[in-house]
Design a protein around this ligand. Structure first.
Ligand code: FDP
Length: 341
């Protein structure tokens, strides 16, 4: 009998146990982060269950439609937002919430206030909801600077100031990937236990990959460096094999594959969208934070993505992120274009 294999199977590292272990390395910690995270995890479990039942429960559809009971139905992204806002406020550990779904930030009332700011996209990849393709939740966490009335300035901080970031992918399995600034770990939901179990410890993105991921339908409007980079992916001049193209169209799914298989994910600027499409606070920053923690890079076409200082809540930025060497290549092309080389 293989006792060591058995021990592994029976010694389950849940996400709560993992974060409690991390917490014990900081004796001054009072467990606030662990409590906040358990509320985020609850939101993810709820959304996972709603996504799985979406077709069945007729949750899909326009907000404001009614179901057979004549009750008003909520679109899945509106429902997910409500669940996350309520879970985060009730944690008692947050002071400002910024969601992709809400124009304005939510300032938590003083009696329920804590020291964390959470920026999040409750259901990213909305164009994939109705066809059952992988979608996800993305989140980033900041610590409010001082013990004073929080303001919007507390949110408009560069990504490098984030304390933690993560995403949950609702795919063929439900996977939560988290970094608290000391590497990246992946947890998979065991539906029979209702627990996220550590399945991908210490994720490291391969140094170089064989996949590029971009919406090529926008190619006619790209700038020179992006056009040249993608051309090199397809017709490499150094004798190497061409890269494969993979594009789901859900950032969470495309970036998750990049973590595991390597390669590069691009959402560049183009003539129609000079700032690209993806949002700085709750898409670009959390994914860039995770990518750097996994040994990769994230670049905007001008600078390290995590050095950006957003000036408004829903600001957008071009983004190139993935394997270290692949991002080096696009950085070199932009350096030539910007006259830096
Ligand atoms: P979606 O519009 O479907 O919500 O920012 C949202 C996002 O999806 C990302 O998840 C995804 O990477 C990107 O937009 C896809 O955009 P395109 O359809 O323009 O390729």
């Amino acid at each position: 009998m293989d006792h060591s294999a058995d021990a592994q199977r029976t010694d389950l590292m849940t996400i709560t146990r993992f974060v409690l272990n991390e917490q014990s390395k900081h004796p001054e910690s009072r467990g606030d982060f662990t409590i906040l995270l358990s509320h985020i995890v609850l939101g993810c479990k709820f959304v996972c269950s709603a996504v799985n039942k979406a077709g069945l429960a007729k949750l899909i559809g326009l907000a404001g439609e009614t179901n057979v009971q004549g009750e008003e139905q909520k679109k899945l992204d509106v429902l997910s937002n409500d669940v996350f806002i309520k879970a985060l406020v009730s944690s008692g550990r947050t002071c400002i919430l910024v969601s992709e779904e809400d124009e304005e930030a939510t300032f938590v009332e003083p009696s329920k206030r804590g020291k964390y700011i959470v920026v999040f996209d409750p259901l990213d990849g909305s164009s994939n909801i109705d066809c059952g393709v992988s979608i996800g939740t993305i989140f980033g966490i900041y610590l409010v600077k001082e013990d004073r009335e929080p303001t919007i300035e507390d949110v408009l901080q560069p990504g490098k100031n984030m304390l933690a970031a993560g995403y949950c992918m609702y795919g063929s399995s439900c996977t939560l990937v988290l970094s608290t600034g000391t590497g990246v770990n992946g947890f998979t939901l065991d539906p029979s236990l209702g627990e996220f179990i550590l399945t991908h410890p210490d994720i490291k993105v391969p140094k170089k990959g064989k996949i590029y991921s971009v919406n090529e339908g926008n190619a006619k409007n790209w700038d020179g460096p992006t056009t040249k980079y993608v051309e090199n992916c397809k017709f490499p001049k150094d004798g190497s094999s061409p890269k494969s193209l993979r594009y789901v169209g859900s950032m969470v799914a495309d970036v998750h594959r990049t973590f595991l298989y390597g390669g590069i994910f691009l959402y560049p600027a183009d003539k129609k969208s000079p700032n690209g499409k993806l949002r700085v606070l709750y898409e670009v920053f959390p994914m860039s934070f995770l990518m750097e923690q996994a040994g990769g890079q994230a670049f905007t076409g001008k600078q390290r993505a995590l050095d950006l200082v957003p000036t408004k809540l829903h600001e957008r930025s071009p983004i190139f992120l993935g394997s270290y060497e692949d991002v080096e290549e696009i950085k070199a092309l932009y350096a030539v274009d910007n006259g830096l080389e």
